[in-house]
Structures are given as C-alpha cells and as structure tokens.
Write a protein that binds this ligand. Structure first.
Ligand code: PMP
Length: 437
C-alpha cells in the first residue's frame, strides 16, 4: 500500500517519472518508455519542447493570469482566430475552457440556451451514442454511453437518449450501406419516440476515443445525422476533444467527411500537454441569438487565461511551422501497415482501425464470432502492463458488455520519426508475444 496521499484509481504501483524528451519518458530508475499514446492522447508534440517552454516563459514574464471579464488578451484572440481558421471559417466563434469535460458542459449549456432563446424551451433532450465518452462532469457524463462509468451516477445525471452508433466491425447487416441505414433508422425512431420537437442536439465523436477504441463513423452516416438534425430542427455537435487539432491528419476529423457541425468541442492536444486548454467552437448565429437574449450563463475561472492561450498558440504554430499534419498522415500509414501485419500474426487481434495517428486495436477471443474475452480476464490491463515492461505506453480500455472487446489506443506524438514508429511496433510485438493466449 502506497503512503502517498494521492488517490486516483486502483491499479498496480506506478514508476515515478523523471523526465521526458521527444517521444520518450524516463522513470527515476532510468527505464525508458516510448510514449505510444501521448500521455492520454494529449502530448501531441512530445516532451521537452523548447519552443513551447520559451513561449510559456515569455508569457509568464508578461502576465500569467487575467480574468476574461476584465481584460482582452492577445494570445486568446490569436488562438481563437487560429481555431476558426482551422475550420476554414465554418465555425466562427470560440469559447475557451480548461478541459474536455468543460468544453462539453459548455456545449450542452450553450445549445440549451440557444433553443430557449428561440422560444423552444420544450427542447430538453440530447441524443448521444452507445458506446461513447464525453467527459467526467455530470452533464458530460450524462451524454456518455459507457456503462461502468455511468452506472453509479445514472440517477443524478441529466442523461441523454442513447442510440447505437455504427459498428463496421461487428455489424451483421448485408453491407455497410444497409448498416448505416439501420443505425440511422433506429436513431430516427428514438427521436420520434421522444418527440422530434423535444431534442436539443445530437452529439457524436466522429472518431471514437478510448470508449470505442478509435471506431470510425463515415460520410454517409454523418450526412444522415445532419439530415435528421435539419428535419427535426435540432443541432449537431461533434465532440473532437480527442480527435481534434490534427490528431487524425486534418485539423479536425470531421473535415475528412465534409459534414460540418453546429458546435464542436476540443481540448486534450490543444495545449499539447504543456497546459490545460479546451475550446467550444460554434456557428456565430448561435452565439448572436444567445447574446441577444441575456448572454451565455456559463464560465470557468481559468478559461482563456493568457498563459493557457499562449501555450495553445505555440503548439498550433509548431504544428503549422513543422508541417506536422503531413507527418501524422505518413506515420499513420506506417503504423496502420505495422498493426495490420501484427493482426495477421495474432488471431486474437480482431480489429485494427483508425485515422492519422489515432489507432485502436481490439482483442477478441473468437475472431470469427468476434466474441470479447470475459471481462474478468482483465486482458486490457495485462496487455498494458506487458507493453509498459517492454518500454511502451498504450491507452487501454476494458470490454464493453458485448459492444466491444478489450482494446487499446496507439497514438504517439505528431513528431514521431519513421525509426521511432518502427521501435513502437517492435515493442508492441514483444508485448503481444508475451500475452499468452
Ligand atoms: N470528450 C472526449 C471525446 C474525450 O475523449 C474526453 C477525454 N478522454 C473528454 C470529452 C473529456 O475530456 P477531459 O478529460 O479533458 O475532461
């Protein structure tokens, strides 16, 4: 039993971190780890970046904190402009926060205030997917479709109408199109059952994160959701807390399917692990309507402070300057190939899916039936521990009541080189060799 006063989650004792450089971390015993999941898919630029440090120090020398209702600050304006530019102007307004959960809470509250301002206060439901993950605060948890996290709080979260999202791995429909049609029909039925005029918004992750192991949606599905929103007069919200800011090879994942949302949340990689920064982006008409009706009744103390925004801005500028989105795509293709070749060696790697530098690997007991291992076998934890022993960090999740097997995410920093990506695959392969199934 540790004597530390910190408590997070039950789990094996952890090594103490010493320092990091590039895609590597070292513990105080001198052991090296390749950061194959960018911390929590957040350290997008790797560790020990001098340019980020310099930008942070320069801002600290000027001023670290000012409150958003007292001063305009140049880094916040510049970062907001950069985010709008990333959406190519599709989303024109930005509201800063300090985490993904806060971004999702902000989206929930802005969307609700918008429909109220339009005289549609009967709209009170959100529709979200099962499985999904939208955050740990009660509003965001209410949208989350992930049973182990939902269960203890089910009676005290606002909740949402949960519908199944597309699952191109487990679907038993005739083909992809039929599957999408069925999923959309079920979504429509759930909306109609609740009453189309009671829906505020549909909320989806264009690329699932840890809850689904990088499960993808596709163009026809997103177009279908957009059409449902238009028909029922509700909003479309994309949660890109994990997939945003370049992780999938475009600034935002939705851009790969060409279907734009009304609101978008992002966080994690925006501060690149150097400082917490999150943002809600949205169409200007939504903001104008809310502002004309008493203003947005929401905010967090540290939101959009100068140090946070200077850090985010330095991170975005580094991605631009170094052309890192190209590297995300190139190394992503390399990882895809490597993971698929591992899949051909181990029958219990059921599925490999992802985009850019966000890959999910799902482990199954029976590759034909795609049956997950029993939850009690804790395979995800064993796999993560073995990878760590081999000097590789991955981001794991337990199986999901028949909806997904044990899975883990591979998502290294955007700066990873070709030889480092090879090393990642080598260490993963050694861990898989030791996972005796
Ligand atoms: N939404 C998504 C899609 C996420 O992946 C996460 C974090 N895993 C969150 C929201 C919550 O973000 P945070 O942990 O920064 O509150």
């Amino acid at each position: 039993m540790t004597t530390s006063p910190l408590f997070y989650q039950a789990g094996p004792a952890m090594p103490e971190v010493s320092h990091g450089q590039g895609v590597f971390l070292w513990d105080t015993q001198g052991k090296e780890y390749l950061d194959g999941c960018s911390g929590a898919i957040s350290c997008n630029l790797g560790h020990g970046r001098e340019d980020i440090r310099d930008a942070m120090l320069a801002q600290l020398d000027r001023v670290a904190f000012t409150y958003r209702t007292q001063f305009e600050n140049a880094p916040a304006v510049a970062l907001a402009e950069a985010l709008v530019e990333m959406t190519e102007g599709e989303l024109e307004k930005v509201f800063f926060v300090s985490s993904g959960s806060e971004a999702v809470e902000s989206a929930i509250k802005l969307a609700r205030q918008y429909v109220v301002a339009r005289g549609e206060s009967r709209r009170r439901h959100f529709v979200s997917l099962r499985p999904s993950y939208h955050g740990s605060t009660l509003g965001a948890l209410g949208l989350t479709g992930y049973q182990p996290l939902e269960a203890p709080f089910a009676s005290i979260t606002p909740g949402s109408i949960k519908v199944l999202g597309p699952d191109f791995y487990r679907q038993r429909d005739d083909d992809r199109d039929a599957h999408i049609r069925r999923v959309l029909d079920e979504t429509r039925a759930a909306i109609e059952a609740a009453g189309g005029d009671t829906i505020i918004a549909i909320v989806v992750e264009p690329v699932g994160g840890a809850s689904t192991g990088a499960r993808l949606v596709d163009k026809a599905y997103l177009e279908g959701l957009r059409a449902l929103c238009d028909e029922f007069g509700c909003l479309l919200i994309f949660d890109e807390v994990l997939s945003g800011v370049g992780r999938t090879g475009t600034w935002f994942a939705y851009q790969q399917w060409g279907v734009a949302p009304d609101l978008l949340t992002t966080a994690k990689g925006l501060g690149a692990g150097y400082y917490p920064v999150g943002a809600l982006l949205c169409r200007s008409e939504i903001v104008e309507t809310v502002m004309a009706n008493g203003g947005f009744q929401h905010g967090h103390t540290y939101a959009g402070n100068p140090l946070a925004c200077a850090t985010g801005l330095a991170a975005v500028e580094a991605i631009r300057r170094e052309g890192l989105l190209d590297n995300v795509r190139a190394r992503g293709a390399q990882l895809q190939q490597g993971l698929e070749s591992l899949q051909s060696r181990y029958s219990w790697i059921g599925d490999v899916r992802g985009l850019g530098l966000l890959w999910g690997v799902e482990l199954v007991m029976d590759p034909v039936e795609r049956t997950p291992f029993p939850a009690a076998s804790n395979l995800f934890a064993e796999m993560t521990a073995l990878a760590k022993e081999e000097g590789l960090l991955i981001y794991p999740r337990r199986p999901l009541n028949g909806l997904a097997g044990d899975h883990f995410l591979v998502g290294p920093p955007f700066t990873i080189s070709e030889s480092e990506a090879e090393l990642l695959l080598e260490r993963l392969s050694r861990a898989l060799d030791r996972l005796d199934r």
